[in-house]
Design a protein around this ligand. Structure first.
Ligand SMILES: C[S@@+](CC[C@H](N)C(=O)[O-])C[C@H]1O[C@@H](n2cnc3c(N)ncnc32)[C@H](O)[C@@H]1O
Length: 202
């Protein structure tokens, strides 16, 4: 990925990153809502998002949870500030907690999560299978993980999305998840895919 695209979307930075965040807030809204729906969030769920970007899913989830909590990590200061603005009230109420961090250097969490998810971020992780194994250890038994991708590279098609989806399924298998399934959403400009798995109970 070029430096320009990295600064816009990969790890949004500076003026361009600010614009990238605004574009993603609009362009990724549908797949954020879809992923949240697939996770079937309950009002007491503890939820972790990796790479929260402009904070669209955080906003949606904070409207569902009552006794639960949403925790998000993202290494981009520009995304942190956009997500913080978008979720100001929920942060004040203690329902949303945002942290500047990477998946490669996760903060210490005090409790296990019911749901963990990530949208269009796994492409930027180092050694994704190792990272997914670490995430599995942060999930409660039978807790769910959802990894969504909508390929945006030049020339990407619905077939590209399906191939990426199969790759995600393989990653989840290798990371030790069970009951893995792949969902596809027909959306523009190309389909999005979401690989979902559970943390085995024993
Ligand atoms: C393409 S954006 C997607 C943002 C958001 N999930 C959405 O759907 O709009 C990718 C996000 O992943 C974050 N990211 C990149 N590398 C990361 C890493 N190593 N660990 C955690 N997040 C990362 C970026 O800062 C950025 O906010």
């Amino acid at each position: 990925m070029s430096r320009l695209l990295m600064n816009l979307f990969g790890r949004p930075y500076g003026f361009l990153g600010n614009i990238g965040g605004r574009i993603m807030a609009a362009a990724n809204k549908e797949i954020n809502e879809w992923t949240v729906a697939l996770l079937d969030i309950r009002s007491n769920d503890k939820v972790l998002e990796i790479g929260f970007g402009p904070g669209i899913a955080a906003e949606k989830i904070s409207n569902i949870i009552k006794e639960g909590i949403f925790v998000g990590i993202d290494p981009s200061e520009v995304m942190f500030s956009q997500a913080q603005k978008r979720n100001e009230a929920a942060i004040r109420e203690g329902k949303v907690k945002l942290q500047l961090a990477t998946i490669e250097h996760l903060p210490v969490f005090n409790e296990a999560f019911d749901k963990i998810f990530s949208i269009n971020s796994i492409l930027f992780w180092e050694q994704p299978i190792e990272r997914l194994k670490e995430l599995r250890h942060l999930l409660k038994p039978n807790g769910l993980i959802a990894i969504t991708l909508q390929p945006r590279s030049k020339g990407a098609t619905n077939e590209t999305a399906r191939q990426e989806g199969e790759k995600l399924v393989q990653y989840l298998k290798e990371a030790g998840f069970s009951s893995i399934r792949l969902e596809e959403k027909q959306t523009k400009p190309v389909s999005a895919v979401c690989a979902i798995g559970a943390n085995p109970s024993s």
